[in-house]
Design a protein around this ligand. Sequence first.
Ligand code: HEM
Length: 127
Amino acid sequence: MEHSSCFLANLVKTETKRVLLKVIYQINICQYIVHRHPEFWDNPEKFDPDNFLPSKVNQRPKFAYFPFGAGQRICIGKSFALMEATIILASIFQRFRLELVPQQIELDPTFTLRPKYGVKVKVWKRS
Ligand code: HEM
């Protein structure tokens, strides 16, 4: 599968014998596949926020969901991004009600995975 965010993990192992031998292994872990793997998700293609209830999260292996990577090179913006997203979503939903327009969402797998033509919603101002 062609997907730039597949290239996540580099494992470098150095062995010392009579001469210095540098062995490089590269392990690519594809979030697109792991985040949709039927072994970890009941209905992998469905967006279901309930998947992130503590009771569900506790049933999955820790790295079945790793949008910010993991280990030494984990995203340094993780806490900021989660806080930012929470504030933006709360600000929008305090003022507006949104309803998804039924549509086929085409994906644009460039550096990040995003909807190619956006996601259409109907918007109502809350009184
Ligand atoms: C929803 C938002 C974001 C997502 C999903 C995301 C995801 C990721 C992922 C998957 C990695 C690679 C981790 C790895 O190699 O294992 C990464 C690295 C990185 N991210 Fe983010 N990121 C987000 C927001 C941000 C923000 C807001 C910043 C800065 C303010 C940021 C800065 C970085 C940096 C500097 C790295 C490289 C870390 C390193 O190689 O040591 N990211 N991010």
